[in-house]
Write a protein that binds this ligand. Sequence first.
Ligand SMILES: NC(=O)c1ccc[n+]([C@@H]2O[C@H](COP(=O)([O-])OP(=O)(O)OC[C@H]3O[C@@H](n4cnc5c(N)ncnc54)[C@H](O)[C@@H]3O)[C@@H](O)[C@H]2O)c1
Ligand SMILES: O=C(O)C1=N[C@H](C(=O)O)CCC1
Length: 250
Amino acid sequence: MTTLRVAVLGAAGRMGRTVVEAVQDAPGLELVAALDRDDDVAALADTGAQVAVDFTVPSVTEANVTALIRQGIHAVVGTTGWTDEALDRLRTELAAQPQVGVLIAPNFALGAVLAMRFAAMAARWFESAEVVELHHPDKADAPSGTARHTAEAIARARSQAGLGPMPDATTSAADGARGADVDGVRVHAVRLRGLTAHEEILLGNPGEQLTIRHDSFDRVSFMPGVLHAVRAIGDRPGLTVGLDQLLDLG
Ligand SMILES: NC(=O)c1ccc[n+]([C@@H]2O[C@H](COP(=O)([O-])OP(=O)(O)OC[C@H]3O[C@@H](n4cnc5c(N)ncnc54)[C@H](O)[C@@H]3O)[C@@H](O)[C@H]2O)c1
Ligand SMILES: O=C(O)C1=N[C@H](C(=O)O)CCC1
């Protein structure tokens, strides 16, 4: 079996530390670099890294991934905060390095990926849908990348089914009381000590409710998805958004 040389960016962080351990324990993978703030991503090719995993912060991840692409290193990215404009800039970078693969995924937990898929399947059959995400209070961004991705998928499914705006008679609300509006879907963010990463999708019809809930109790929940992506990304040139694209979900 040939060994795949892997680097981790954000290696001192909560996710980075877990990824470092997972890569060290994974058959067929070799950890060749563990970088954090102040390390030089632009010199990573010197380590022989073939794939780099980025769990850093939204303000630096685009510069990191751009540096990886320019060195011909595949990227598996869990850092949140990506905008459509930033994704377009990556596509432009990738056009000049057509052999390089980049995966950007807001959530690597297999259950979370399925919850998003189930929510998108269900969305067209319900009058109302709202998303509640619940995370540890050390998280920088709100709403979570996963909740944004979920809300966008619900909005897309509703639009494709010809559904209009959801019923909501609110005419007066305190700031934030109705959550953030993501493509017309309300998203509510809870920050609570003791939590890790959780999401509930609430779908309502007259007389019934469907709740789809996923809980990550520990960061090890993200590792099977990360390792799967590390092994798969070299065969998937270009930009891929969402781990579901690598799971053969149909
Ligand atoms: N996709 C997923 O499944 C998933 C799961 C958990 C967290 N996340 C996301 O991953 C990101 C990191 O989360 P976390 O909880 O590990 O955060 P964290 O704050 O614990 O870790 C971030 C690390 O990045 C480092 N860093 C900052 N600038 C850097 C740079 N220029 N180069 C290299 N490293 C740098 C920091 O020093 C820190 O060690 C967040 O955006 C979070 O939302 C995604
Ligand atoms: O702990 C975090 O931060 C997480 N961020 C991701 C998000 O924003 O969706 C995924 C879950 C954990």
